[in-house]
Design a protein around this ligand. Structure first.
Ligand code: SF4
Length: 311
């Protein structure tokens, strides 16, 4: 069996930064450090931080007054920040800078009195945070059907924003439908798209030309990991999301000689290595691992000012 690794895969700069913020908070302030929501959508990462003293909570009022609370990479609404301040919590913000950029655009559009159409998945924690930045100006749409049902105040004063972990391809149909219905709508800037989501999808596309099956390491709650599975399926390949090596069903490998392997932006490389070991144990004959040419994404996000200052 041949395993072909996608490149890039796994951790993006926003996830690296969020994990480092919690690690540095633990090192500087000691346990417990409270974290609102899973810091990134990966059980392995969450469990390892929990063992070192991170306490994961859904809302600020679950942390005792005076405690240190970290906001996750997905971002929070201003209402959550206010609740944390009211509770007397110290806070560190691990919101990915690409998500913060969308929050700022939402506020700017609202100040210009534009209505905003947010393309994203209802209930996703990033979407909740973004909606909260301009609650009176936002409409959430998930599909072309939602666009057809949309009722707006003034079709000439509209702007679009997107959930960062949807790629250009994911949103194209919905945005095309918006433009057909509202020709004057202000479209998102090209650099609103998360580089990591797009790069990981491009790598799956490249990989798909050379394999019979695609495995994606990632959590069921990880939006970008699910999109990678969907993309491979759309291309016509069998594809599965695996949270860990134990999830691999040996029947998936029947008649398969070439497996493409990738990981969502919140999945650590150690899980990819464990998947390779399991594939090797299931199909040891002629087992070999190759990789697409290594891609250096060249993106690093700075830590928050408080941590840089302390360094
Ligand atoms: S996937 Fe993109 S938006 Fe999400 S944390 Fe990573 S870099 Fe930021």
């Amino acid at each position: 069996m041949r395993v072909l690794l996608a490149s890039p895969r796994g951790f993006c700069a926003g996830v690296d930064r969020a994990i480092e913020i919690v690690e540095q908070a633990l090192a500087r302030h000691g346990a417990p450090v409270y974290v609102r929501h899973e810091i990134v959508h990966n059980r392995h990462v969450v469990e390892s931080l929990r063992e070192r003293g991170a306490v994961f909570v859904d809302e600020p009022d679950e942390a005792p007054p005076g405690a240190l609370l970290v906001f996750s990479a997905h971002g929070v609404s201003p209402a959550v920040r206010e609740a944390a301040a009211k509770r007397g919590l110290r806070t560190l913000d691990a919101t990915c800078p690409l998500v913060t950029k969308v929050h700022k655009e939402a506020q700017r559009f609202a100040r210009e009195d534009l209505e905003i159409v947010l393309v994203g998945h209802a209930g996703h924690v990033e979407v909740e945070g973004t909606l909260g930045h301009a609650p009176r100006a936002m409409h959430l749409v998930e599909s072309v059907e939602d666009v057809a049902r949309l009722e707006v105040r003034d079709p000439a004063r509209l702007a679009v924003l997107t959930q960062t972990t949807l790629s250009v391809d994911d949103t194209r149909e919905v945005i095309d439908a918006l433009v057909r219905r509202f020709p004057e709508i202000r479209l998102p800037k090209k650099d609103d798209i998360c580089y990591a989501t797009q790069n990981r999808q491009n790598a799956v596309r490249d990989l798909s030309r050379e394999v019979d099956l695609v495995l994606v390491v990632g959590a069921p709650s990880s939006s970008n990991s699910n999109r990678l599975v969907e993309l491979a399926s759309k291309i016509g390949l069998p594809a599965h999301l695996v949270e860990s090596a134990a999830d691999i069903d040996p029947t998936w490998l029947e008649g398969v000689e070439r497996v493409g392997l990738t990981a969502g932006a919140s999945a650590p490389e150690v899980l990819v290595e464990q998947v390779i070991d399991r594939l090797r144990s299931l199909r040891p004959d002629g087992f070999r691992v190759d990789s697409l040419p290594q891609v250096d994404e060249g993106v690093v996000f700075q830590l928050p000012f408080e941590l840089r200052q302390a360094q």
